[in-house]
Design a protein around this ligand. Structure first.
Ligand code: GAL
Length: 393
């Protein structure tokens, strides 16, 4: 009898049709159906990857068919791999709750889960964007969960607004001036939509000082010194904030900065290479794609400098190029083990009308000058990276 792995079906690019050919994968095909060890399209959207003891773990939003799939009906799915091409389904790492009073009740919104390992506590910590059931995107909170093993099960600990009662390190005197803080519903309601000069007159930072700053699209980044940072779209998505986490990674510390004020960026993904920090983000157009934005900094707390769109080329699957990020949106930058300098940029092609059909676009990062280039490739493998002397790749 053949093992499940041997039985893996190969597939035609961009379709669900399978052939009987038995193969394991040895390349990435951005935008295609990506099958797991059961032959099922990988269900880990808005995801991130943890590398732990020789294994990669890919966590992401489990979606179901149709528009209902845009809300969390199941939880956070996890897959494991040792080669990044072939992924084993490890099940649901964080399950939604059947208790309607739970903060993670079935039907809430769980987006962009990211897992990091804390070597001091020997725990795996998951952060995600949480919206309470039935409240649209108005809750704007971060959920925190913890596990003893990488695949879980993760125990939901609590949700928070970020840094309640703390001003950012780069706050200005005006922002702390009580008379200038947006207090009325009318003032706060003005603060919606995309970039516009009207927003600068409303002090939304101060409006969220007491209850804590809003958290929507987010990622977690662990620096070389073991300090972890939460990077999240805040202030109604108008401004990113970067917040230092506590040593156990389970809370924020009150030490945070506002970056890209009123620049309307979301889907942040961060990496560090040769002492320099890189951030890829998108603009704010919901599920619809827009142009990717790259920024660099010498310190995680900034100053950050935006240096344009790193994408090059056209996705022949939808004829979309850099101005629409190949039809996709950033979610993570993955450091590939076994190479000196290898990173993969991870994006999602969303499918909001049939959420489960979202696709993955993983492309190699090429560093050049101040920034990086991310070129479309129909099909590629890790051999594009130059191997480290004595490395295992
Ligand atoms: C996107 C965001 C997704 C999701 C979506 C909802 O802009 O990146 O994570 O929140 O909006 O419309």
């Amino acid at each position: 009898m053949q093992s499940e792995h041997q039985n893996r079906m190969s597939y035609d690019r961009g379709s669900n049709a399978r052939s009987a050919e038995v193969s394991s994968l040895s390349s990435f095909e951005p935008g295609a159906i990506w099958r797991d060890d059961n032959g099922v399209h990988i269900n880990a959207h808005g995801g991130g990857v943890l590398f732990h003891e020789g294994v990669y773990y890919w966590f992401g939003e489990h979606k179901i068919e149709g528009v209902d799939g845009n809300r969390a009906q199941v939880g956070v799915h996890v897959y494991s791999s040792t080669d990044l091409y072939n992924w084993t389904d490890r099940g649901i790492s964080l399950a939604v709750s059947g208790d309607p009073d739970s903060e993670i009740a079935k039907g809430c919104i769980i987006e962009r889960p990211k897992v990091v390992y804390n070597s001091k506590t020997a725990k795996f910590v998951m952060w995600f964007h949480l919206e309470f059931k039935g409240k649209g995107y108005g809750s704007a909170r971060a959920g925190i969960a913890m596990a003893d093993k990488p695949v879980g099960p993760y125990m939901f600990l609590r949700s928070i607004r970020a840094n309640a009662g703390h001003w950012p390190l780069n706050v200005t005197a005006d922002q702390m001036e009580p008379g200038l803080i947006a207090r009325t519903k009318e003032e706060k309601d003005q603060f919606v939509g995309g970039p516009s000069s009207k927003h600068s007159q409303y002090n939304i930072l101060g409006a969220h000082f007491e209850e804590g700053q809003m958290v929507r699209d987010m990622t977690i980044f662990v620096d070389d010194d073991g300090k972890a940072y939460h990077i999240y779209a805040s202030e109604h998505n108008s401004t990113l904030q970067i917040s230092l986490l506590t040593d156990d990674y389970l809370d924020c510390t009150g030490k945070y900065v506002r970056v890209f004020p009123l620049c309307w960026m979301e889907a942040p993904a961060v990496c560090k290479r040769s002492g320099r920090y890189y951030l890829i983000a998108s603009g704010c157009t919901g599920w619809a794609p827009n142009a990717a934005r790259l920024a660099v900094a010498e310190s995680i707390f900034g100053p950050w400098m935006e240096i344009g769109n790193p994408c090059i080329g056209i996705n022949p699957g939808n004829n979309l190029g850099p101005e629409k990020t190949f039809g996709a949106q950033s979610t993570f930058i993955l450091k590939v083990q076994g190479f000196d300098d290898a990173f993969i940029a991870l994006f999602d092609i969303w499918s909001p009308h049939d959420a489960i059909d979202g696709r993955y676009v993983w492309l190699p990062v090429e560093f050049c000058g101040e920034g990086m280039r991310i070129k479309w490739m129909d099909k590629w493998g890790l051999s594009v990276f130059s191997a480290k002397a004595g490395g295992n790749a």
